[in-house]
Write a protein that binds this ligand. Structure first.
Ligand code: UDP
Length: 239
């Protein structure tokens, strides 16, 4: 399957459907990034982070902000929720007898996540587990190198998880590593995703902000500024 990459605010985004992204991830290795407006804005201020995104092996549009941005530029690309993509990858990798490692989140969260994943997916082959509050990155990277997972899920928040997974790519070129943000919190059952209606309406961000008001500072003004910035990008392209 060939990648069809478009540029949004100077950064690449893959235009795969959900199913294509799953298949592509299964057939390839390297770094998967689930990109959102906050990450795009962070990349504009941080060259190293921008470089990591540019060199990722699959970049999926996570969230309504990126879908709207792409639409403004004339690309009809459906958003892919990172939490859903990662959960599907666990099933598909397990079905294909591939091994999995989980790194990130609080110790009790990762423990509950593993318990739930084992109940839902009894064949799951977890070869390495580490909560996200370690001090020594090199020690965790060494352990990962020994465990050689086919799939690594890293839940350290952004950009920490992307920086970490970039290092994983150097030592484990055959591994597929994806940054999954708060997914373990969801899979542990400690944090609920928005009801499907809110998800379908593209309002999961609003639901999460109401439930967790401290997120407000992260969403605003990033999201509206991002939309304004993409509108400017479109006007500029037409000149
Ligand atoms: N996290 C972690 N180590 C850290 C910082 C964060 O393991 O040093 C975990 C945190 O416990 C949570 C996850 O990273 O499970 C994602 O956090 P957040 O919800 O802020 O991520 P985002 O909204 O950026 O996806």
């Amino acid at each position: 399957m060939e990648r069809n990459i478009v540029k949004l605010q100077g950064l690449p985004v893959d235009t795969f459907t959900f199913d294509e992204a799953v298949q592509y991830a299964l057939d390839n290795h390297g770094q998967v990034i689930t990109i959102n407006p906050e990450m795009i804005s962070a990349a504009h201020k941080d060259k190293e982070f921008a470089n990591i995104i540019e060199n990722a092996d699959l970049i999926v549009p996570d969230g309504i902000g990126v879908e709207i941005g792409l639409k403004i530029l004339g690309y009809k690309v459906r958003r892919i929720a990172g939490v859903e993509l990662a959960r599907t990858l666990i099933d598909v990798f397990t079905k294909n007898k591939k091994s999995i490692a989980l790194v990130g989140a609080k110790p009790e969260i990762i423990a509950k996540t593993v318990e739930n994943l084992k109940a839902q997916c009894p064949e799951i082959n977890i070869v390495y587990l580490q909560d996200g509050y370690f001090k020594d990155d090199d020690a965790v990277l060494d352990a990962l190198q020994k465990a050689k997972p086919d799939l690594l899920l890293t839940a350290l928040g952004s950009p920490k998880q992307e920086i970490f997974n970039r290092r994983v790519k150097d030592i484990l070129p055959e591994t597929l590593a994806i940054g999954v943000g708060g997914s373990f919190d969801v899979w542990s059952g400690m944090v609920k995703r928005a009801p499907v209606f809110w998800q379908k309406a593209g309002l999961e961000w609003l639901y999460r902000t109401i439930k967790e008001p401290k997120r407000f500072k992260r969403i605003f003004p990033t999201l509206p500024l991002f939309v304004i910035s993409v509108l400017q990008e479109r006007i500029f392209r037409k000149v």
